[in-house]
Design a protein. Structure first.
Length: 129
């Protein structure tokens, strides 16, 4: 598949795909007689995984390290698993942090809603007299 189609299917720009290939995050694409990149459709699964790592705030440097290990093959399975376990711990800690922030936001919102309700009650009582 050509780079434009890959960009459409993954939501990444062609520029980003070329950059990821240049730095080694994506394997080099096959180039036919036209010299245009021609990607195997299976690369979409890899890109979706990279996007998940990006969404979970894995630094690009760690993503590159993982990609290099993956390129070596199954002899790096243990190292890749350890890298992902460490990242999973970071993600879990971030989720806890976000849950704590959410509690604070909920508390703050409830305070504003209660204050608005208190302001509205005396006003409502005046109209009922």
């Amino acid at each position: 598949m050509k780079i434009g189609e890959l960009a459409t299917r993954t939501g990444l720009t062609a520029h980003t795909l070329r950059y990821y290939e240049r730095i080694g995050l994506l394997p080099r694409a096959y180039r036919g007689a036209s010299k245009q990149r021609d990607y195997d459709p299976s690369i979409i699964v890899w890109i979706e995984f990279l996007l998940r790592l990006k969404t979970t705030n894995m630094p690009l440097k760690k993503m590159l390290h993982y990609a290099k290990l993956r390129e070596v093959g199954s002899s790096t399975d243990t190292a890749r698993a350890e890298l992902l376990k460490a990242h999973r711990a970071d993600v879990k800690n971030h989720i806890i942090e976000l849950q704590n922030c959410l509690k604070i936001l909920d508390h703050k919102i409830a305070g504003y809603e209660n204050a608005s309700l208190q302001k509205a009650l005396p006003h409502a009582k005046q109209h009922t007299k």
